[in-house]
Design a protein around this ligand. Structure first.
Ligand SMILES: [Zn+2]
Length: 198
């Protein structure tokens, strides 16, 4: 244990995802030794991100305006919606340049053991969108792991009731157990173009 603010910093950093106690300590001491200007810049972007970034009121992606750039873009196909878990997955799919539709960000995956059920995800918003927008195909692109699979199965069941709606899933070939964001562009692009109806 360190004294006061140093330990507070280590504790705060340790609460971030993927940062264990050792990394938290390393980052804390890096910041202590850093130039004041560098620390100020970090402080500023942290503040900006909390004040200036919102979640798109249509798709749930991160955005600087109430509606994100993709949802505002009239050139994007409104009839096609790709459902992903997190905003970082939007970036992963965008990188493939294979997809010209729009997105729906769930905000996670079903994980009953951690208390994440359908109500904790943006499922209701998705169903409402399908009810009102002219969506003809929903591509389910959840992560290729246990939670992602469970989420996909649940969504397929919920979407079955919409007449005329084509529900598809990414083709297999993505490395199992991983995150969508770790798939390379080519593999993800192929999974996207080879998607299959459910
Ligand atoms: Zn949006």
């Amino acid at each position: 244990m360190y004294e006061g603010p140093v330990q507070d910093l280590i504790d705060e950093l340790g609460r971030l995802p993927g940062i264990g106690p050792k990394s938290a300590q390393r980052i804390a001491f890096h910041l202590l030794a850093a130039e004041p200007a560098d620390v100020t810049r970090l402080q500023e972007v942290l503040q900006q991100v909390k004040e200036g970034v919102v979640f798109c009121d249509v798709c749930g992606n991160v955005s600087e305006e109430p509606t994100c750039r993709i949802c505002r873009d009239a050139r994007r196909d409104k009839t096609l919606v790709c459902v992903v878990e997190e905003p970082k997955d939007v970036l992963a799919v965008e990188r493939t340049r294979e997809f010209k539709g729009r997105y729906h960000v769930l905000g996670g995956a079903l994980d009953p053991l951690s208390g994440v059920g359908p109500d904790q995800l943006r499922v209701r918003e998705l169903l409402a969108r399908i009810g009102t927008d002219e969506i003809t195909e929903v591509i389910i692109a959840t992560d290729p792991n246990t939670e992602g699979e469970a989420t996909a199965t649940y969504l397929v069941r919920m979407l079955r009731d919409f007449p005329g709606l084509n529900v598809t899933r990414l083709a297999s070939g993505l490395p199992m157990g991983g995150d969508l964001e770790f798939a390379d562009e080519l593999t993800l692009g192929r999974a996207l173009s080879g998607r299959r109806s459910m």
